[in-house]
Each structure stands twice: as C-alpha cells, then as structure tokens.
Design a binder for this molecule. Structure first.
Ligand SMILES: Nc1nc2c(c(=O)[nH]1)N[C@H]1C(S)=C(S)[C@@H](COP(=O)(O)OP(=O)(O)OC[C@H]3O[C@@H](n4cnc5c(=O)[nH]c(N)nc54)[C@H](O)[C@@H]3O)O[C@H]1N2
Ligand SMILES: Nc1nc2c(c(=O)[nH]1)N[C@H]1C(S)=C(S)[C@@H](COP(=O)(O)OP(=O)(O)OC[C@H]3O[C@@H](n4cnc5c(=O)[nH]c(N)nc54)[C@H](O)[C@@H]3O)O[C@H]1N2
Ligand SMILES: [Mo]
Length: 762
C-alpha cells in the first residue's frame, strides 16, 4: 500500500500474536528471573556491553537503575543490585540496535505507526535529531542548531507563554529537571504537567493535607524491622522486584505481611531469592500470610473496617491522638455508625478477615508500615482512600517513629526528585519566592495545567506547542484517540527521547525528536566524565554516573538540550548563562542548593558513598500543616458503582513492560505467554456472558453517556473478584475517558473504568 494513503495509527495494532497459556505462579523471581535477565541483556546489548552495564547498576560509583525508584541499601552493595526488570530496562537502553536517519527514510511515519510497541522498542536507540515537516510523510535529519531555532521561533510567536505545555517523565535527573523548570518559568508559564499527575499525585495530595509532606516517611531499615507490613494495590514482583529482598528480610526478622489486591500476584505470596541457595533451589520465602482479595476500588470499605475495629477494640494510641492530631471525635462517630454488612459488600471481604487484619496491625508494638501504589492512586476517590490509610496510622501512632510509617512506592526512578526540583504545575509560593530571589526575574504565579488540563487545552486549540522531557505522552495518557487529536492540533510537538515511541508518530504540524543520552552512558563535560543526581522513593539523593559509550556521537545530554533550548528561546531576556551551566553540572547543583531546602553542601554531600537523606519533618513528628497537628480526615464511604451487566476494569502492567515500553510479550507470573491483548475475567462473569476461555471479546467503556471501544482482546478466566476485570495499558488506554479523574489530584481513573464485555463478532 502506498504510504500516503496509510493512516497514522495512534494505537498499537489490533493483531493477536499467538497466545500461550501457562500456570499462574505463586512465587516471584528464582532462576527464571536470572535466565530472563541474561536473555534480555545479552540478546540486546551483546556480551561485553551487557556485562559492563550490569556490573555498574546501583553501585556507589555506577549509574542509577532507570527502572523503579526502590532505594538501594544504605550500608552495603552486592555486586548485582538489580532485578530482572532492571535488567530489561538496561538491555532496552544499551541495545545495539539503532533507529538511524536511514530507518526514518525507509519507513514513512504511517508505516512506523503500524509497528507494535514491542517492535518499536526492538528497533533500538534514536541516533540523530529528526524533524517531520508539515505535509511530509517521512522524518528527516535536522542539525541541532536548526532544531533549537525552530523551537525558539514557534515558542516566541505564541500570543502568550501559557499556550505552551512542558511535560516531564520521571526519568529526568535532578539537574535536568531543575534547569527545565527554571527555563519554563522564565519563559513565563507554569504549564509543567508530569507523569506524576497520572501516578502518585493522589498520594502526594492526601499526605500533604493530612501530615504536611507528600513523600514516604520510612527508610529501608524501618521496613526491615516492622511488625506488620500492609501492601495495598501494588505488584512488587513485577514493578519493584528489589523490594522483595527487603520484604524477605522483614519476614525473616518476624514481620507479618498482609496483601490487599484483587489479583493474587506472585510477588505478594512468595519470593525465591535468585542470589541465595534456597531461592535457586526453587524454595520460596512465603511473604503475605493474609491475602485480602478486595474488589476493585473496595479498599476504602476495608480500611474503614480496620479503623472501626481499632475503635471498637479500643486498641488505638490515645496519647498520640491527643498530642498530635485533630479530627478524632468526628472520625470515631463516623466509624461507629458504619454498617458491617455494607463494608462487607463494598469490599467483597468477610468481617472476620478484616477484623483479623486490624488486630494484626494493632498487635505487638504497632510497628505498622503501609506500602501502596497504583491500585490506590488511580481511582476517583483515591485521595480519600489514601487518607483512610493515613488515618489508621494516626490512630495507631504508627508514623514518625522507628519501624513504622507511610510508604507510597514511587514508580519512575526520579519522579520524586523531579517534584523536589520544582516540576509541578502548582509549586508553593515559598519556592517561587526563592526562584525570584536567586534568579531575579518575575516568576509567573498563576497555576499551570496538569496532564488532563493540558490535553484538553491542546484539543481546544488553547495549547499550541507541546515539549516533552522524556516519556511517551500519547500512550501514557488516557483516552488515546482524544489525546492524539489534541497533539495533532498543535503547531509543534517536541520529544526528547532515547527510544522510538508512538508519541513521535502522532505529532503537531511540525514534529521534532531530540535524542538524548541514557542513564547508562558516559557524559563528558569539559575533559572529564561527569555525573548527575536522583532521589529515590525514600528521599535519598545520590549520584548516577554513566559508564558506557553513548549509543551515537550525535546525542546530547538532557541538561544540555534544555540549556540550548533556553538559550535559543530566551536570548537576552534571561540573565542566566545557560551554556555555562550545562558545561559543568556542579554549577547547576550550586544553584539547586540556593533554591531547594535540604540541599546544603550539595556538591560535597552527594559525593559521599550512598548520598544523603533529605529532611523529613514527619519522621520527627512535626506536622507542617495549618494548626501544626496531623489531620484525621473523615470522608463518607464511597466506591465506584456499576449498572447491571457492567464490570470495573483496571489497566495495569504486564511483567514484560516498563510503562509504555514493551520489552517482551510475556506476563510470566500470571501465566500469559506471547500476547498482550488479553482481558483477565472472573470465570462466572465469563459464563454469564457466554464468553468461552481465550475467545476474542470487544470491550466498551461507559462514561456520562459516552462510549469508547477496544476490540479483539482474548478473555482469560482468572482468580479475581466477580465484577472486576483487568487489561494491560497502553492497549486499554483508549477506554479511559478524559473526563474521568480523581477528586483533588485529578489523576485519570485508570483502575476503575466502567465497561461491558461482549464476544467479538467474527
Ligand atoms: N518492570 C516495571 N517496573 C515498574 C514499572 C513498569 O511498568 N514495569 N512502572 C513504574 C511505575 S511508573 C510505577 S507508578 C510503578 C507501578 O507499580 P504498580 O502500582 O505495582 O503497577 P500496576 O501494574 O499498575 O499494578 C497495580 C496493582 O494494584 C492492583 N490493583 C488494581 N486496582 C486495585 C484496587 O482497586 N485495589 C487494590 N487493593 N489493588 C488494586 C493490581 O491488581 C496490581 O497488582 O512501577 C514502576 N516500576
Ligand atoms: N491506563 C493506564 N495508564 C497509565 C498508567 C496505568 O497504570 N494505566 N500508569 C501511569 C503512570 S504510573 C505513569 S508514571 C505514566 C508513565 O508515563 P511516561 O513517563 O510518559 O511513559 P514511559 O512509558 O515511562 O516513557 C517511555 C519513553 O521515555 C523515553 N525515555 C526512556 N529513557 C529516557 C531517558 O533517560 N531520557 C529521556 N529523555 N527519555 C527517555 C523513551 O523514548 C520511551 O519511549 O503512565 C501512566 N499511564
Ligand atoms: Mo508511575
């Protein structure tokens, strides 16, 4: 077919790839994790480059693993501080394959858009800056200088700086993020949406209001000495595998783990340590001893049931509540009035099991830690639900002391650091004041757009230039076809990227790809190789030192790209010497120190092995909220509701992907091989719809009278509560309505999509 008539597809192809079904696993890791890591690394990167990369991950003088944000041990490092999925991330970045100008000349954008996400990842690293000019079918190479001039021309011809959108994905380092937000604010806008808007925004919003800080309050040592660890809405075996090593240590030291999840994820039930004899022999350490198979979004009812039990049993910490909190009386009255039958029906759990969990949390010394991730954050009532988690901790005084506290487990390796650096559409006034003092410019104070607001603005023509520091905006965001249209209506879309993705193919009138160095690569500044810094999920700031030869001599570092953009766009409007800063990252760090609290002596302290902890007032039982006391918040009991015949769909990750990057087609622990277009369903829900196992179905989502469709998914009977089902993102994102987002945090409700499922028409 001639490429001119082929349409540019915003979605992965509907093609099925030949499913193979295996048993679901009851323990994570073990030998298959090691063999799989090796397969990915050596298959993609080759023996020498692969081995060099693997030996440098998460070492004191190595680079930070670009996969998750789980912390590294404070006091020791083994030779292999990585996991199967870290290995896949590295293999994907250090691959020998290249997307060169020749590849772009060979395939039109429309042809590339027929590739699956897996094929795009396999294609390798982008080697040259590329431009897709208006009316053209193919990307062409462009000189860096010309690219920056083009950006400057588009941005400077907007009628207001607020017509531009500057997105950030959570892999950007502290130095890149700091320079970026400075550039964007000097340009004149706070339109700084980030992946956090779709991720832990609900956690940040809930915690800020209740305890005055939006970050986790525990360290690895706390986790390893806790009595009870609640893991809610998280799949650590796939998404935070190094956490399993910590959990194993906790269990061996006597901790009890309670898991709350609609799916019996392998990494919650057992762990075979791949570097210990026992694990290699296939013997697993049992992890969760209580598994609460909650309905999708039934957590609030469960958490209230736990709190109610604490009140009815009188096992709360009265002295702590009196001294440190407000709101107890109202909460107590609310809990006592709740009806057990209703709590049971909403959560899908038995009263006795919920009481048992409560008594475990209150037992011994109330050393409770709660870990949570996307299973709590991506629902309409996410903020309220997370505040129920906080309430339980406040009732028990299980916060701000050793071995207890709140642990939102972050996703992207530096998503937390990017926020600390000011990437946020509504940074607090004190931060803006400091920027103004240090850099002597008028900082825009009106709030900017988050992800959903940005998409809407671009769709309505109010947002005209889209610039992305990493990520894959089109596929990470909800409502794929709506978002695609939003991007197409832009004058210019710019993507700073390492690998080819679908956001490169659905562009504005002009599209630019600016290829950058990855974490693993040497970054020469002056005559020496330099390092960058990141902050992990437990607020440790440390270095990341690239080691490998860059994938192409034409790549620039992220700070360099931002500095050159800023210099071209702002010219003499800015007093900042951008190129001087990009020459030596110590200079950027000196400026960070002047603006961001907790970074005193940044350049000295970050050079210490392991880095340093940022201050965390909650750990000192200081509540930086109006009134100075932690807030016990009372919310009416609430849950997503469906009509007859409808199900609630969650969109989540398979074992072989990192967000929108698809490393492979298997989801080993859930027993799925070689297929991504699957929907996991309760067997009774399948029977009542006359859907036979592994047959093709179509999914329709329903929201305020609108329908959205996803076709040809294979229905997999699975052990999950009736009324709940699950499919992978990004394939299922087309079903997530743009108008459906969480109260307060505005996070898209990717885990509670109302759907109907019917057999596909042949
Ligand atoms: N290998 C790998 N690692 C990653 C990522 C990746 O894609 N691949 N992504 C990174 C990022 S950015 C993030 S944010 C994290 C994501 O880490 P997770 O939050 O673990 O990611 P999800 O796959 O979305 O899984 C959500 C889990 O919550 C459960 N769940 C869904 N809805 C509910 C609910 O209503 N209640 C409860 N109790 N549970 C529910 C699901 O069954 C699933 O086990 O991982 C990070 N690490
Ligand atoms: N339906 C549904 N949607 C979701 C979610 C869900 O659970 N369900 N989860 C949400 C969550 S938690 C998140 S965090 C977002 C993720 O959203 P994003 O962060 O936007 O997406 P990623 O898939 O992580 O981005 C991958 C791309 O980043 C680029 N990249 C990789 N490394 C680097 C680097 O070092 N530098 C630069 N500049 N680019 C790099 C590559 O080109 C790659 O294609 O997705 C969200 N979307
Ligand atoms: Mo995330």
């Amino acid at each position: 077919m001639p490429s001119a008539t082929l349409e540019i597809s915003a979605q992965p192809p509907e093609k099925l790839t030949g499913i193979q079904i295996d048993k679901t696993k009851t323990a994570a890791a073990g030998v298959p994790a090691v063999t799989n890591s090796l397969k990915h690394v050596y298959g993609n990167s080759g023996l020498l480059r692969g081995t060099a990369a693997m030996l440098k991950i998460n070492q004191w003088k190595g680079f930070d693993c670009p996969s998750c944000a789980w912390p590294d041990p404070d006091d020791h490092r083994s030779a292999f501080e990585f996991c199967e999925n870290g290995a896949k991330a590295i293999a994907s970045e250090t691959t020998k394959q290249r997307v060169t100008p020749e590849v772009f000349a060979q395939y039109s954008v429309a042809e590339l858009s027929q590739w699956s996400d897996f094929e795009m990842d396999q294609a390798g690293r982008v080697t040259h800056p590329m431009v897709l000019r208006e009316g053209e079918t193919h990307y062409q190479p462009i000189a860096w200088k010309e690219a920056f001039d083009l950006i400057a021309q588009e941005l400077n011809s907007l009628s207001s700086p607020d017509e531009a959108v500057f997105y950030t994905s959570g892999r950007a380092t502290n130095e890149a993020a700091f320079l970026y937000q400075l550039f964007v604010r000097q340009f004149g806008t706070n339109n700084l949406p980030d992946c956090s808007n779709m991720c832990h925004e609900s956690s940040g919003a809930a915690m800020m209001e209740a305890v005055g800080i939006g970050k986790g309050t525990v360290t690895l040592k706390d986790l390893e000495t806790a009595d009870t660890i609640l893991i809610i809405g998280q799949n650590p075996g796939t998404n935070h595998p190094r956490m399993l090593t910590s959990l194993q240590r906790s269990v061996e030291a006597g901790a009890t783990i309670i898991a709350v999840n609609p799916m019996k994820e392998a990494g919650l039930t057992g762990f075979m340590h791949p570097q210990q004899v026992k694990g290699v022999m296939g013997m697993s350490t049992p992890l969760a001893t209580q598994f609460l198979q909650v309905r999708l979004n039934g957590d609030q009812a469960l958490l209230k049931a736990i709190a109610k039990t604490l009140i009815e049993d009188g096992t709360y910490d009265e002295a702590f509540i009196r001294e440190h909190t407000v709101g107890f009386d109202e909460y107590r009255t609310h809990l006592l009035a709740l009806d057990w039958a209703e709590l049971e029906s909403i959560s899908g759990l038995q009263r006795a099991d919920m009481e048992k969990a409560a008594r475990q949390c209150a037992g011994r010394q109330r050393k409770l830690i709660t870990c949570w991730a996307m299973g709590l954050t991506q629902h309409k009532n996410a903020v309220a639900t997370i505040q129920e988690v906080i309430n339980i901790h406040l009732l028990l005084g299980a916060v701000g002391r050793e071995s207890a506290g709140l642990c939102p487990v972050r996703g992207h390796s530096n998503v937390q650091g990017d926020r600390t650096m000011g990437v946020f559409e509504k940074m607090p006034e004190w931060f803006m004041d400091r920027l103004e003092q240090v850099f002597e410019f008028k900082v825009p104070r009106h709030h900017g757009w988050d992800v959903v607001a940005s998409i809407r603005a671009m769709h309505e023509g109010r947002g005209k230039v889209f610039y992305a520091l990493g990520g894959n905006f089109l596929q990470a965001t909800p409502d794929t076809e709506y978002t695609a249209e939003a991007l197409r209506r832009c004058h210019l879309t710019v993507q700073i990227s390492t690998k080819l993705n679908r956001s490169h193919l659905v562009t504005g009138r002009t599209g630019l790809i600016l290829p950058c160095l990855g974490r693993s690569e040497v970054d020469i500044r002056g005559n020496t190789d330099s390092f960058l810094t990141v902050e992990n999920s437990m607020s440790v700031v440390h270095t990341s030192h690239g080691q490998l030869e860059p994938a192409s001599p034409h790549l620039l570092s992220e700070p360099d790209i931002i500095a050159r953009t800023a210099a071209a766009v702002l010219g003499d409007r800015s007093k900042v010497d951008w190129m001087y800063l990009a020459e030596d990252y110590d200079r950027i760090r000196d400026l960070i120190e002047k603006v961001v609290p907790g970074f005193e002596d940044f350049n000295v302290r970050v050079r210490q092995p392991g880095g340093f902890y940022l201050p965390n007032p909650v750990r000192e039982r200081q509540w930086v909220v109006p009134g100075g006391k932690a807030k016990i918040k009372t919310h009416a009991l609430d849950c997503v509701t469906t009509s007859a015949g409808q199900l609630v769909l969650q969109t989540f990750r398979s074992h072989d992907q990192f967000n929108t990057t698809v490393y492979g087609l298997n989801d080993r622990y859930r027993g799925i091989g070689n297929e991504r277009r699957v929907i996991f369903m309760n067997p009774d829900d399948m029977k009542s719809r006359s859907i036979s196992p592994v047959s093709p179905v179509d999914i329709t989502s329903h929201f305020q009278g609108e329908e959205r469709h996803a076709r040809r998914f294979l229905a997999i009977p699975y052990d999950l509560p009736a009324g709940s089902c699950a499919a992978y993102f990004p394939e299922a994102n087309v079903l997530v309505p743009i108008g459906s987002f969480a109260d307060i945090s505005l996070t898209p409700t990717s885990k509670s999509v109302i759907v109907t499922v019917t057999s596909s028409q042949p």
